[in-house]
Design a protein around this ligand. Structure first.
Ligand code: ADP
Ligand code: MG
Length: 322
C-alpha cells in the first residue's frame, strides 16, 4: 500500500484519483455502481457518459460534496473524505451549476471566492483574480454583474474560480455545458494549456467528440457502471472493426468473404462483416473480391472510433450532438 504520509516518494506512481468499488444509491437506484477509477497523474482524463450515467454523482463524492454509500476514494494519494482538509486545497473544481452572487460582478465574485480560501495570500489577490479572468477570456466582462452573464460566461467564471490558485488536480464537470462552439474551443485549449503546465485534468462530458479531441485517457460510464478505461488508443483499439462493401453482387461478395473466414451479412447496398481485431489488411479482402469478379463500388473499414467502441460496449447509440 502506498504511504499517504510520504507524498514525495509516491507522487510519481500514485494515481491522481483512485476509487475502489465506489457506489452511490438514491433510494433503490444505484446512480454509481461499483466504480473502480484510476486517473494517472499528468493525464487529461475524459469521464464520458450520457446524461444520467452517474458522472456528477461520482464527482460530488470525489470532492466530498456528498457521501459515498460504499467504496473508497483516494485523491492525490490521500483518503477522502478523511483527508479532505489537506487535499482539497490542492484541487480546483467546477461542479454543475456553479453558484455566484448574481448582483456582484464577475471580478467581485472571484474576489469573494479567493478571500474564502485561507491559503490565498491577500496581497496578490487582485492580480490573481485578473489573471484568472483573462485566462478564461472574461477580462472584458469582468465588471459586468454575474446575472447578466450568458450561461457560457457563467461556466467560464466557474472555471476561473477553479484556476485562482495553482492546483495539482482540476476536476471539471461538463465544463463546456452551455458554451457555443467558439467557447468550447476556448475551454479545450485552456485545458490543453493547463495540462502542459503539469496539472492533471479530470473532465466529464456527455460529448464524445469533445473527449476525443482533448483527452489522453478516457473512462466510459453507462447507467452507473464504469465500462472501460485507459488511454484513448487502448480504449479505441478494443473496438470491433467492420468492413462494408458496396456492390451490386451481394451474394458473390458474401461468398468471397466467407472463403476468407469472415461472416458477412448482406445489406441493400452490398455486404458488411466484422473484422478480426488484428486484421490490418483490407487490401487482402479487396483483392479477393476483385479476383472473384465482384463489382466493388466502395469498400470501407469502420470502427476503431470511440463512438463505435461505446456502441459495442453498451449496445446503445451515443448522443453525439448532445
Ligand atoms: N440527489 C439526487 N437524488 C435522487 N437521484 C439523483 C440525485 N442526483 C442524481 N440522481 C440520479 O442519479 C443518476 C445519475 O445522475 P448524475 O450523476 O447527475 O448523472 P450525469 O452527471 O452523468 O448526468 C440519475 O438517474 C439521476 O437522476
Ligand atoms: Mg452531470
Amino acid at each position: 500500500m502506498p504511504d499517504s504520509t510520504a507524498p514525495k516518494s509516491s507522487a510519481s506512481t500514485e494515481a491522481a484519483i483512485e476509487t475502489t468499488a465506489l457506489t452511490k444509491t438514491f433510494g433503490r437506484q444505484r446512480a454509481v455502481d461499483g466504480v473502480d477509477l484510476r486517473v494517472p497523474r499528468g493525464s487529461v482524463f475524459g469521464f464520458l457518459g450520457p446524461n444520467g450515467s452517474g458522472k456528477t454523482s461520482t464527482i460530488r463524492m470525489l470532492l466530498g460534496l456528498t457521501q459515498a454509500t460504499s467504496g473508497d476514494i483516494r485523491l492525490l494519494g490521500a483518503p477522502m473524505p478523511g483527508d479532505l482538509r489537506r487535499v482539497l486545497p490542492r484541487v480546483g473544481a467546477l461542479v454543475e451549476g456553479p453558484a455566484f452572487a448574481p448582483f456582484l460582478s464577475g471580478r467581485a465574485n472571484l474576489h469573494r471566492l479567493d478571500t474564502a480560501d485561507r491559503d490565498a495570500p491577500s496581497a496578490s489577490r487582485r492580480d490573481r483574480v485578473d489573471a484568472a479572468l483573462d485566462r478564461v477570456g472574461l477580462g472584458h466582462a469582468a465588471d459586468k454583474k454575474a446575472h447578466a452573464y450568458s450561461l457560457g460566461m457563467k461556466q467560464r467564471l466557474g472555471i476561473a474560480g477553479a484556476l485562482l490558485m495553482p492546483r495539482e488536480l482540476l476536476i471539471l464537470d461538463e465544463p463546456s455545458n452551455g458554451l457555443d462552439p467558439q467557447g468550447t474551443r476556448e475551454v479545450r485549449s485552456l485545458i490543453g494549456s493547463l495540462a502542459d503546465d503539469g496539472t492533471t485534468v479530470f473532465v466529464s462530458s456527455h460529448l464524445l467528440s469533445e473527449i476525443e479531441q482533448m483527452c489522453s485517457h478516457v473512462a466510459v460510464m453507462s447507467a452507473g457502471r464504469l465500462l472501460t478505461q485507459g488511454t484513448l488508443d487502448e480504449v479505441r483499439r478494443h473496438g470491433v472493426q467492420r468492413i462494408v462493401v458496396t456492390t451490386p453482387d451481394g451474394a458473390e461478395a458474401a461468398a468471397v468473404l466467407a472463403g476468407l473466414g469472415l461472416e458477412a451479412a448482406t445489406t441493400p447496398a452490398g455486404v458488411s462483416a466484422e473484422l478480426p481485431v488484428d486484421d490490418t489488411e483490407p487490401e487482402r479482402i479487396t483483392a479477393a473480391l476483385v479476383a472473384a469478379g465482384v463489382r466493388v463500388r466502395g469498400l470501407q473499414v469502420t470502427g476503431a472510433t470511440l463512438e463505435d467502441r461505446f456502441v459495442d460496449l453498451t449496445g446503445e447509440g451515443f448522443d453525439v450532438a448532445g
